[in-house]
Design a protein around this ligand. Structure first.
Ligand code: NI
Length: 187
């Protein structure tokens, strides 16, 4: 099932998401729906708050981004349930980020090059892994989502002021997105 994507301005995107209970029903269905929603919108990452569910889950598939940025490396397709970032390290580097909840806006964001993260998969198997490059970048962006943080929170106040009009338009649903969206404050 393809969900509409929650847009910038919806309060669910600004609040920390809740832990998933290990007896949570149909978690594998939700994960499959998240992958489907992400690919339908041509995204490389999607967090549960972006489909209106305040849960600590995100999915990613870096395959399309790897093909252009790091062609020698295979893509990573993975779900992260109740993830905990253990460490971020390495030199900070800028990368132009976008977000399915903020269509039409892309800005450079500085983040550490490496991330070490513990998480569960949809079979509740626990993993602890380290990532770098675009994989780390996507993980850091999506992890922010379940903490209620958007990439626009990382840019300068000056840049954010320049984007204010565009962001207001997005929150009113004035967007040109090739996927179904859920407009904040509209029932
Ligand atoms: Ni995003």
């Amino acid at each position: 099932m393809i969900y509409p994507i929650t847009l910038y301005g919806d309060p669910i995107l600004k609040k920390p998401a809740k832990k998933v209970a290990s007896d949570q029903k149909d978690v594998s269905v939700l994960v499959a729906d998240m992958f489907e929603t992400m690919s339908h919108a041509s995204g490389v990452g999607l967090a549960a708050p972006q489909i209106g569910k305040s849960l600590r889950i995100f999915v990613m598939d870096s395959t399309p981004m790897k093909a252009s940025e790091e062609p020698s490396e295979p893509g990573l397709r993975q779900v992260f349930i109740n993830p905990e970032i253990i460490e971020e390290y390495g030199e900070k580097w800028p990368f132009e980020e976008g977000c399915l909840s903020i269509p039409g806006i892309r800005e450079d964001v500085l983040r550490a090059s490496h991330v070490k993260i513990a998480f569960f998969d949809e079979l509740w198997k626990q993993h602890t892994c380290e990532f770098d490059g675009v994989d780390a970048r996507i993980i850091q962006h999506e992890y922010d989502h379940i903490e209620g943080i958007l990439f626009t929170d990382h840019i300068s106040a000056f840049k954010r002021r320049l984007l204010k009009g565009k962001l207001t338009n997005i929150s009113k649903g004035k967007v040109d997105a090739e996927y179904r969206v859920k407009v904040p404050y509209r029932k």
